[in-house]
Design a protein around this ligand. Structure first.
Ligand SMILES: Nc1ncnc2c1ncn2[C@@H]1O[C@H](COP(=O)(O)OP(=O)(O)OP(=O)(O)O)[C@@H](O)[C@H]1O
Ligand SMILES: O=c1[nH]c(=O)c2[nH+]cn([C@@H]3O[C@H](COP(=O)(O)O)[C@@H](O)[C@H]3O)c2[nH]1
Ligand SMILES: NC(=O)CC[C@H](N)C(=O)O
Ligand SMILES: [Mg+2]
Length: 537
């Protein structure tokens, strides 16, 4: 197969100071109408990787709202619905008359076909997974692509008759209308999914759409994003004070560094020691953010009140609620002490926004309640500043690198807001937390020492209330059990237990039993998610 074409733009620059981007004019962008595909975010990612900003909007967005300055083209995503089905999402038909290029993918192709007068039918047998694609006609969408390549499908409906003015660009063995287009109106449709990595040359197809059809400049760069968002924050905040809950995790740390660059000491970072933090966490945060980075850091020791409220509580959901409520109280008190604070900053990311928007139609925002500390903003009546709300996690990490945050912070394993409380299945008290903290530190230390820290998604210890008999130094012991959990995952939604080398497990086990008095047995958790979860509670 021939090498990929040269049409590919470079990935957005992370380094460098070039900030020519669109000062004063609207940022060039591609707008993606989301029909509910599991891959919509991947479409946005692919486009941004090519250096063009992309934005995901509701499928019902009116055409006039799509024709904004800066918009260079539209993508209609796939989706679970069937176009003939009642209640299936339909875009504003006027979007096809805006003169903007359109790329319909799967459901997006099918809905475009139907709206423009073509026919869609239920296929006799769907087309799922791998297929061999053959480009049959030349077009800017397939420019410089080899005539044959592998694509990935997932559809049960198909285009029976393309709309008037459309020609067939490509087919697969099963599907004669794998790609169709009306080149004069710059309307393109693909039955397969160019956004998934299983489609070879999917990125090149996007590059052709962006640069040969939409003529979008590749001007989306994190460095210009950084400059622009600092200016926006300064304009919004003026001389006021801002508070931000700093957890030491990636998102809040990057948000803090960005705000600090914008407004310096008007930013007050609040780090709450809830008594449920990992070993050395308070010192690390104090050293890194207070001393090294020079942030106005307020460390609030609230461990006594958290632990008092948690004493004797075993139910995981009750633990989470108590912790969320205490966080709010601590924040409110701290804000009052600082004087009138009008702004609350948060490290909300783009996936959080999309998830909560999707959940807005009467469904509970399950994912948000998992990730936010007790819904701070709603109750606190402050204006929100969310500088990362347009970014994906890996873009946030890259931004953190631009802001010179140490790798140690940016590539940290996720740590749940409720902290060690959801890893201590034995009754919560200072003694049990100390055992857990010590065991956890050994797990992480040994995994680091083996050079595996960045290979696993998360690794930690859990303290179990199970006591068992052991023999140490000829004497009987009757003590608690530690479970070691280490998983591989991409997004935390699904996970498999990590196949840690036997020697590493053995060192962890020996050290915990020898060094942590009160634990005499170590087990390794070999459950995947689903059906288990990553955390034990
Ligand atoms: N100990 C804490 N002190 C102050 N704020 C906290 C603390 N723990 C959590 N928070 C707040 O709760 C938010 C949500 O926590 P979450 O773990 O989802 O994100 P994160 O810690 O910023 O990043 P990451 O997802 O990488 O852990 C944080 O951004 C932070 O504002
Ligand atoms: O901020 C958080 N607040 C929480 O209440 C919470 N519970 C779990 N997690 C983290 O989310 C990922 C998936 O965890 P589970 O498989 O246990 O649901 C894993 O990375 C968990 O560590 C949390 N994060
Ligand atoms: N992935 C998709 O967009 C599927 C579209 C439609 N639900 C079908 O089965 O054909
Ligand atoms: Mg965190």
């Amino acid at each position: 197969m021939s090498p990929p074409p040269t049409a590919l733009a470079k990935t957005p620059e992370v380094e460098g100071s070039a900030t020519r981007a669109d000062e004063g004019e609207a940022e060039s962008r591609i707008v993606i109408l989301d029909f509910g595909s599991q891959y919509t975010q991947l479409i946005a990612r692919r486009i941004r990787e090519l250096g063009v900003f992309s934005e995901i909007v509701s499928p019902e967005t009116p055409a006039r709202a799509l024709a904004r300055p800066g918009v260079k083209g539209l993508v209609l995503s796939g989706g679970p619905s069937s176009v003939a089905q009642e209640g299936a999402p339909v875009p504003d038909p006027a979007l096809f008359t805006l003169g903007l290029p359109v790329l319909g993918i799967c459901y997006g192709l099918q809905v475009m076909t139907r709206l423009l007068g073509g026919e869609v039918e239920r296929a006799k047998s769907g087309e799922y997974g791998r297929a061999a694609l053959e480009w049959r006609a030349s077009s800017p969408l397939s420019a410089e692509l080899p005539s044959h390549s592998t694509v990935w499908n997932s559809h049960g409906d198909r285009v029976l008759q393309p709309p008037k003015g459309f020609v067939v660009l490509a087919r697969t063995q099963e599907e004669p209308h794998a790609a169709i287009a009306d080149p004069d109106r710059r309307l393109y449709g693909l039955q397969f999914h160019p956004e998934v990595t299983h489609t070879d040359l999917g990125k090149e197809i996007f590059a052709n759409f962006l640069f040969r059809i939409c003529h979008a400049p590749a001007s989306w760069k994190l460095s210009s994003f950084l400059d622009r968002s600092c200016a926006e924050i300064r304009a919004k905040v003026g001389g006021e004070q801002v508070i931000l809950g700093l957890s030491g995790g990636v998102d809040s740390s990057v948000a803090a560094a960005l705000l600090h660059r914008a407004i310096g000491d008007q930013l007050h970072c609040l780090f709450v020691d809830n008594g449920l933090l990992r070993q050395g966490e308070v010192e690390t945060v104090r050293h890194l953010f207070g001393e090294q980075m020079g942030f106005a850091l307020h460390v609030v020791d609230a461990s006594a009140r958290f632990l008092a409220k948690l004493r004797g509580v075993a139910d995981p959901e009750r633990k989470r609620k108590i912790i969320g409520r205490e966080f709010i109280h601590v924040f409110e008190e701290a804000a009052r002490k600082l004087g009138p604070v009008r702004f609350l900053a948060q490290g909300t990311l783009y996936p959080d926004c999309i998830e909560s928007a999707a959940a807005g139609h009467g469904r509970p925002a399950v994912i948000k309640s998992h990730h936010n500390v007790g819904g701070l903003p709603k109750r606190m009546k402050m204006h929100l500043i969310e500088p990362l709300r347009l970014l994906f996690k890996d873009e946030v990490r890259a931004l953190g690198e631009l802001l010179e945050l140490p790798r140690e912070i940016l590539f940290r394993h996720p740590f749940p807001g409720p902290g060690l409380a959801v890893r201590c299945l034995a009754p919560i008290n200072p003694h049990h937390l100390a055992l857990l903290r010590a065991a956890d530190a050994i797990v992480v230390e040994e995994i680091r020492r083996a050079g595996l820290y960045e290979e696993v998604w998360q690794a930690f210890a859990v303290l179990l209330p199970a006591r068992s008999v052991g023999v140490m130094g000829d004497a009987r012991t009757y003590e608690l059990t530690a479970a070691v959990r280490a998983v591989q995952s991409v997004d935390g939604m699904t996970a498999d237990w990590a196949r840690l080398p036997g020697e590493v497990l053995s060192r962890i086990s020996n050290r915990i039993i020898q060094e942590v008095r009160g634990i005499n047995r170590v087990v390794y958790d070999i459950s995947s998610k689903p059906p288990a979860t990553i955390e034990w509670e």
